[in-house]
Write a protein that binds this ligand. Structure first.
Ligand SMILES: C[S@@+](CC[C@H](N)C(=O)[O-])C[C@H]1O[C@@H](n2cnc3c(N)ncnc32)[C@H](O)[C@@H]1O
Length: 230
């Protein structure tokens, strides 16, 4: 029998007004993650209203995404647990004391608190409880092949017609902008542009490809950003 859980669907602004967290100073732990959403023509679609981000950490990509889509509300799923994060990622995780509180605080400092709804649970759990449809789902949580594949299986059915799944970390050989290579990259039909050997071992790519092949979907990519259309 399913667990009895009522999801608290409040924006960060409502949580702040209710004093449900303490506002910290802005802090990203000196990391600088961002996404390349803005390079894709997808952002020109003004009908994109409700999005989902899986893996928000301290809100840098959350803010990037919200800057790209002016009419967007973003639901952000993350377990916001440093120990779990260290166990499933190879990168050095900054030692932020209370990472959930820091996410909420950063969202306030970015000025997007009324457009973000945090969902403090694992991606698997959230997919059981969030009974709604999204215009897109940005995946940036556990990057193992199995986890990426599972995220796609869990969340793809929750896309609206014309919705898309997407994410970053598609290639490791990042191409500088502006440059001749960049022009070639964005004009090419192939989503394999500019890859080196490390990219063929990239577990995230393997998970995306497996899902796309099984479901007969085309993969699109620009630089480091990939997407699958419904
Ligand atoms: C690479 S970081 C996200 C970075 C963020 N998207 C950005 O670019 O600013 C990965 C995040 O995914 C979360 N995460 C990893 N596996 C998860 C899972 N199974 N469920 C929920 N969150 C998960 C981690 O807690 C971490 O915050």
């Amino acid at each position: 029998m399913a667990k009895e859980i009522t999801l608290d669907l409040k924006t960060v602004k409502q949580l702040l007004d209710n004093k449900e967290f303490i506002l910290n100073e802005f802090d990203t732990g000196d990391i600088d993650w961002h996404n390349e959403f803005t390079y894709a023509d997808l952002v020109k679609n003004e009908n994109i209203k409700l999005g989902l981000e899986i893996g928000s950490h301290v809100g840098q990509s959350t803010n990037d995404i919200l800057k790209s889509f002016k009419n967007l509300t973003l639901m952000c799923v993350d377990y916001w647990d440093l120990e779990k994060q260290r166990n499933c990622h190879s990168y050095p995780v900054p030692n932020i004391k209370d990472v959930y509180n820091q996410f909420l605080s950063n969202i306030v400092h970015y000025g997007v608190a009324n457009r973000v709804i945090p969902i403090h649970m694992s991606s698997n759990e959230a997919s059981e409880y969030l009974d709604m449809k999204f215009d897109f789902c940005y995946i940036d949580a556990d990057h193992t092949e199995e986890a990426v594949y599972n995220d796609l299986c869990n969340w793809y059915p929750k896309l609206n017609e014309n919705g898309f799944m997407c994410g970053d970390d598609w290639i490791l050989n990042i191409i500088k902008w502006p440059s001749k290579e960049w022009d070639e990259c964005i004009n090419t039909e192939s989503h394999e542009y500019g890859l080196d050997q490390r990219d063929f071992e990239n577990t995230l790519r393997k998970g995306v490809k497996r899902f796309a092949e099984e479901n007969n979907l085309n993969i699109f990519s620009i630089q480091n950003f990939w997407w699958l259309a419904k």
